[in-house]
Ligand binder design. Structure first.
Ligand code: SF4
Length: 180
């Protein structure tokens, strides 16, 4: 995989699991980067993981949610129904400036452009648009699936969920990891 068409793979972890040696070898051979979301729940393990990644020369980054460096956005709650009335241009701008616009998420066999959108219609009670998602079971042919995946990724447009969301362009931040 390392020399193929996949340029790199990112794995997100909360840093609580230390991969064994054979897994570390695979990670390294596949040009994989590790992104540690540090919630300060298992600081010793996270430190150990960082040391091991360093020793194995595996590229990693640390996002310090609990250390004050992480940024959490207030994308809004279930009460954002009025956004459904905003014009498409406003929603498009919100989507285009959103940090999560390419945070592809696969849930219930559907690929969405962001994790919030995956659940928004069920939680907020609006009707989702079919074009917002890629339903993987619609493709029995791998070539067709590949084409659809490329198109979905290369030509992103805002989703119905973006009408019910603050996005990430406002200064409305919330304190990271306060539930700890
Ligand atoms: S639903 Fe919200 S978080 Fe997701 S891409 Fe749209 S604006 Fe961004």
């Amino acid at each position: 995989m390392g020399g193929g068409k996949v340029s790199n793979i990112d794995i997100a972890t909360n840093g609580s699991i230390i991969p064994n040696d054979s897994l570390l070898d695979i990670i390294k051979s596949c040009n994989t980067r590790i992104r540690i979301s540090d919630y300060n729940v298992t600081p010793d393990r996270t430190k150990k993981l960082i040391n091991i990644l360093h020793e194995h020369e595996i590229i990693y980054s640390v996002y310090e949610f609990a250390g004050g460096c992480g940024r959490w956005y207030n994308c809004g709650g279930v009460d954002l129904t009025n956004y459904a009335l905003t014009d498409n241009e406003t929603v498009r701008q919100r989507y285009d400036s959103c940090a999560f616009r390419r945070c592809l998420t696969l849930e219930r066999g559907q690929l969405a452009r962001c994790s919030r959108a995956s659940d928004a219609s069920r939680i907020q009670g609006f009707n989702e648009s079919e074009s917002d998602y890629l339903k993987l079971s619609d493709f029995s042919d791998n070539k067709e699936l590949r084409k659809a995946l490329l198109k979905y990724y290369m030509f992103p447009t805002f989703m119905e969920a973006c009408k019910y969301c603050n996005g990430t362009s406002s200064d409305d931040m919330i304190e990271a990891a306060v539930q700890l």
